[in-house]
Design a protein. Structure first.
Length: 342
């Protein structure tokens, strides 16, 4: 029903309009008495075999919603009805910011992919915590944090600390995002020395707390093997809780979408089916280097149980979806979980 009826209607709208329309519709539908129970019955699949404990957190199943979908923590209770094992909000910045100019989100239907240059558009950390405080569901929530666009890289650590401080009581784990291609110079923070300094500061702050939260790092799929070796070395040296591999790619190789359309779209991070193999290769490389000592959450082009299983076989402990949800619909999570059990 989703692919034959709902998706064609949503694809008549611009990608960003479709996103906001879906959020509004889902909120309205799930506010009707009895609909939350119906949605849970339709979209949730539970089995003890799916349950996982990672960095001290119990996950009902290994399939999460990747950051970027619910940037402002507006839909946590609604997504809890769609069968996810966990939801990652953000990227959250200390101060609210509008992000880049529209249009900034583009579909590539031939490649079952998206290009986005959203630019960390969000209402800021204080707004996010106000919503998190009011949530009713018990689903695991991760907080993906970044720096404001106007903050120079030399002052970035202060931005990450502000977000950490604000969100600490309300999220179950943190993700340090230094890998988005859509904030100027952000990816420079992935270089060995600035990254080590940033993570050390956050880890010291975290470990000084009574109940420290797991701290993960999200990396780009465009790193060289030498840069991945640096990530492995830093993760082991600092005893990082986990890695998320990967963010979107700036690589356009292998796409079937016309070159003229890609040139018209311009810059941005590519996600979806065209990222599947690339992200899996990064997971496999990291897993081999880490020898299982640092858990990995795999994300990038998951459209089926097979895609999820390949990520898990490559060394991921959990997986996240984003673009697959747009192309495959909300039944994807149940299909993946059911398939993983079978």
């Amino acid at each position: 029903m989703y692919k034959s009826l709902i998706r064609p209607i949503l694809f008549l709208l611009s990608p960003e309009s479709a996103h906001h329309f879906t959020f509004t519709l889902l909120k309205i539908v799930l506010s009707i008495p009895g609909m939350r129970s119906l949605f849970r019955a339709l979209f949730t699949y539970e089995d003890p075999k799916l349950e996982k404990e990672l960095f001290g957190i119990k996950f009902k199943n290994p399939v999460g919603l990747a950051a970027g979908f619910d940037k402002d923590a507006k839909m946590i209770d609604e997504f809890a009805c769609l069968g996810f094992g966990f939801v990652e909000i953000g990227t959250i910045t200390p101060e609210g910011q509008p992000g880049n100019e529209q249009p900034r989100l583009f579909r590539l239907p031939k490649d079952r992919s998206l290009i986005n240059r959203m630019g960390f558009n969000n209402g800021g950390a204080i707004q996010a915590t106000e919503r998190l405080r009011k949530r009713k569901s018990q689903i695991v929530v991760g907080g993906n944090i970044g720096k404001n666009k106007v903050t120079p890289n030399e002052d970035a650590t202060a931005d990450y600390l502000k977000c950490f401080e604000e969100l600490f009581e309300y999220v179950d784990y943190f993700v340090v995002n230094v890998s988005s291609p859509n904030t100027p110079n952000l990816r420079e923070l992935q270089e060995k020395e600035p990254l080590k300094k940033l993570l050390q500061t956050l880890l010291e702050e975290n470990r000084g707390r009574e109940n420290p939260k797991p701290l993960l790092l999200k990396i780009a799929p465009d790193l060289t093997n030498e840069q991945l070796d640096d990530i492995i070395e830093i993760s082991l040296e600092l005893n990082l809780d986990g890695l998320i591999a990967t963010n979107t790619t700036v690589d356009r190789n292998g796409l079937t979408t016309e070159k003229s359309k890609l040139e018209q779209i311009g810059n941005g991070g590519l996600s979806g089916k065209s990222l599947t193999d690339k992200s899996t290769q990064v997971i496999a490389y990291l897993s081999k280097g880490l020898k299982g000592s640092v858990p990995i959450i795999g994300v990038g082009g998951i459209f089926s149980t097979q895609d999820a299983q390949e990520k898990l076989d490559a060394g991921a402990s959990l997986v996240q979806v984003y673009t697959g949800l747009i192309y495959e619909g909300p039944g994807l999570i149940k299909r993946i979980n059911k398939g993983l059990v079978q």
